[in-house]
Design a protein around this ligand. Structure first.
Ligand code: HOZ
Length: 429
């Protein structure tokens, strides 16, 4: 007999740390049994008990076309007939590199890796090698994967679990990571003044997604660009979430700012494990074997991820794709706002393109400090109330929700109705 979620989780707890392979999945911040998914199709997933949910997690962003898009599945099926990994170059990798370069004019050369964490780790190494400097600057509540240098005041699961900076990160390394609040140009100027010509890199999620969704203030990214250029600091846009999401060419296209290096992942692999880092040729030509900065990977450029990525990007280039997705996201956000107002629930919703977060606070959320003021217990109740009604939101106040092209107007209407009932239940407590 198939095990139920409860039994699976009990078994998983004996076998895996916290019963999961990635912390936020354990639902510790929202309560209730973690979801065990049996399958996904379009905008929906089905759990092992056969319950169906409209999915706004979408594998944390990659599935912009929804689950099991037929053309992506077909592309994968073709690859399965010819081999899953060679540890040698394939024609499709070259094609994907070409597509990435066409989408991101700031990327003159690109290296494919297997995850966003790998991409940010390697980008930092390149920046340090290029500048001969060791310090880096990141923003509070931004998350760039779990490499040692970047687990300082990190968002995502670190914020969800309310952890202080992670044990196991050598203090000497953490001391090289300077942090300032996101969207705070004055603090940024001060950091550049104090660490004058000592910063190898500034890394930023140009639209923060890992403290919940937070847009950059007007002029913030431009100021960052100028300060980095003035001091020869490498500007890294971490577009693992935003690349091919907020626009085909990512946040750098949306806001018209060109970084020196970009990290990508998620959507560009069509739901398979992938990452990439790229940028100016002068920087990327430092990477081995063109240059001395070492970085390698047996499964890098893996045929399955490359095929799923290529087909996904092709479908994203359809005329009007992003306009429709953004309109759908806006109608959902407007509906959620109206329902929260009707139930007198204090709610602030941030949205950029098809990524968004409802924060349970009346105040504007512009950085990590304001995100942390949100009522996370209320978010947990909202999450559970939605789940009971067949809607699956990210199980954390500090993760962005996403919409896919598989979501229909009816799905959005169903979600708004469910949220309305959830807000009313919240308000009646
Ligand atoms: N912290 C990840 C999203 N930002 C969660 C990944 C996962 O649990 O799969």
């Amino acid at each position: 007999m198939n095990l139920k979620s409860e039994d699976l989780f009990r078994k998983a707890l004996r076998l895996m740390p916290g019963g999961v392979n990635s912390p936020v999945r354990a639902f510790r911040a929202v309560g209730g049994e973690p979801l065990f998914v049996a399958s996904g199709k379009g905008a929906r997933i089905t759990d092992v008990e056969g319950r169906s949910y409209l999915d706004y997690v979408l594998s944390w962003g990659p599935l912009i076309l929804g689950h099991c898009h037929p053309q992506v599945m077909e592309a994968l099926a073709r690859v399965l007939e010819t081999g899953t990994s060679f540890g040698a170059s394939t024609p499709a990798e070259v094609e994907l590199a070409e597509q990435i370069q066409a989408a991101f004019p700031s990327i003159e050369r690109v290296r494919l890796v297997n995850s966003g964490t790998e991409a940010t780790m390697a980008a930092l190494r390149v920046a340090r090698a290029a500048t001969g400097r060791e310090k880096i600057l990141k923003f509070e509540g931004c998350y760039h994967g779990h490499a040692d240098s970047l687990l300082v005041k990190a968002g995502s699961g670190v914020a969800t679990l309310g952890l202080p900076d992670s044990p196991g990160v050598p203090r000497a390394l953490a001391e090289l990571t300077i942090t300032v609040p996101f969207n705070d140009s004055a603090a940024l100027e001060e950091a550049f003044r104090v660490h004058d010509h000592q910063l190898a890199a500034v890394i930023v999620e140009p639209v923060a997604g890992n403290m919940g969704c937070v847009a950059p203030r007007a002029g913030f990214l431009a100021r960052l660009r100028t300060l980095a250029a003035e001091q020869g600091t490498v500007l890294i846009f971490d577009e693992v979430l935003t690349g091919f999401r907020v626009a085909y060419g990512g946040a750098q296209q949306l806001y018209g700012i060109q970084p020196d290096l970009t990290t990508l992942g998620k959507i560009m692999g069509g739901g398979l494990p992938v990452g990439a880092y790229g940028g100016k040729a002068a920087l990327m030509d430092l990477v081995a074997p063109a240059g001395p900065v070492y970085q390698a990977g047996t499964l890098s450029g893996n045929p399955l991820a490359v095929a799923a990525g290529l087909k996904t990007l092709e479908l994203l280039r359809a005329p009007g794709f992003y306009e429709r997705l953004d309109a759908l996201a806006e109608s959902l956000v407007a509906g959620l706002r109206a329902e929260a107002d009707r139930a007198s629930v204090a709610l602030t919703i941030n949205r950029v393109g098809s990524m968004f977060t409802p924060f349970f606070t009346a105040e504007a959320v512009t950085d990590y400090a304001s995100a942390k003021k949100a009522d996370t217990a209320a978010f947990g109740r909202f999450f559970r109330a939605l789940r009971e009604r067949g809607i699956y939101f990210p199980p954390s106040q500090f993760e962005a929700a996403f919409i896919s092209s598989a979501h229909s107007e009816d799905d959005i209407a169903e979600t708004i109705r469910a949220a309305g009932a959830a807000f009313t239940a919240l308000a009646c407590r």
